[in-house]
Design a binder for this molecule. Structure first.
Ligand code: CA
Length: 292
């Protein structure tokens, strides 16, 4: 069993699977990459691993997405990276939030906790509770400790985990938030993450926006970038874009349904890693591993 897995994983070398953390998946990956059980999260040689396990918005299947408990749980479950979506506040602060509006996940004073993040100040954002919606929506995983959780800033996340974890950061709506790239780089510099990002991919930066990635590449050419593709693309349309992406990116993030052998081959030909999203169970992961 183990040798079959290793063979399969070896075939999929250079590719990775973006996974919302599912316990069985994490156990398999940890066992098969022979990671010492005592290794601290983020300290394993994750970028050499044939498959990377990325905690999508943290362990967002089990805890409120983009909260500290969600990131902590992802790391406890064995994530190689914690994934962080970035939005910018009206006063230019980067916060971890998937949606451009607060409506789905934030509760609190309507004037502060509904509408666009870019129109609120950090002070307003900090009055919002992003745990209660999770308890209401997923009662099977509800936890009273989640009530009142705040939206973390990227700086708070860097302050908490420092160099002990790997970060997989997405610039969201960069066209609506001019300066998001510069502020991300400023924080990476302040927390001494630029060199580790370039050297061993401690920080990977992803975006659906080629313009945002090209801007980052122009500002810091050594940073590892991943070009995301929406589910409206196909294997063929993504393949047609690979030569362009390879001028600034080290990898691509297609929807898992667009991944086929031709896409993998074409990406690897250009030395682009493939990080499909979003893989939530072991069967899906095995099916993707078998494509190559
Ligand atoms: Ca994301």
């Amino acid at each position: 069993m183990e040798s079959i897995w290793k063979e399969s994983l070896a075939r999929y070398r250079r590719s990775a699977v973006v996974a919302k953390l599912v316990i069985i998946l994490v156990i398999l990956l940890v066992a098969l990459t022979a990671t010492p059980a005592e290794a601290a999260p983020g300290q394993r040689a994750s970028t050499d691993a044939p498959v990377l396990n990325i905690g999508h918005r943290g362990a967002s299947g089990y805890a409120p997405e983009h909260t500290i408990p969600s990131y902590d749980l992802a790391l406890k479950q064995g994530a190689d990276y914690i994934e962080i979506d970035l939005q910018m506040t009206a006063d230019g602060v980067l916060v971890a939030m998937h949606d451009d509006t607060l409506n789905r996940t934030a509760r609190g004073p309507a004037e502060n906790c509904t509408g666009l993040v870019i129109e609120k100040t950090l002070e307003q954002i900090k009055t919002c509770d992003v745990g209660s919606w999770f308890n209401e929506t997923y009662p099977q995983y509800a936890n009273p400790d989640y009530v009142g959780l705040q939206i973390p800033t990227l700086e708070e996340i860097f302050q908490r985990y420092r160099h002990s974890v790997n970060y997989y950061i997405e610039t969201k709506n960069p066209e609506e938030a001019p300066g998001i790239e510069e502020e991300l780089l400023r924080l990476m510099e302040e927390y001494n993450l630029l060199k580790p990002a370039a050297k061993h991919w401690q920080v990977l930066i992803q975006s659906f926006s080629a313009e945002s990635l090209q801007k980052l590449h122009a500002l810091e050419p050594s940073l590892p970038l991943v070009q995301l593709y929406s589910g409206r693309e196909t294997s063929e349309t993504i393949q047609a874009n690979l030569a362009s992406a390879s001028t600034y990116a080290v990898g691509i993030g297609p929807s898992k349904s667009d991944v086929d052998a031709d896409l993998i081959a074409a990406a690897h030909e250009l030395c682009l890693d493939v990080h499909p999203y979003t893989v939530n169970d072991a069967q899906e992961m095995k099916a993707l591993e078998a494509i190559s």
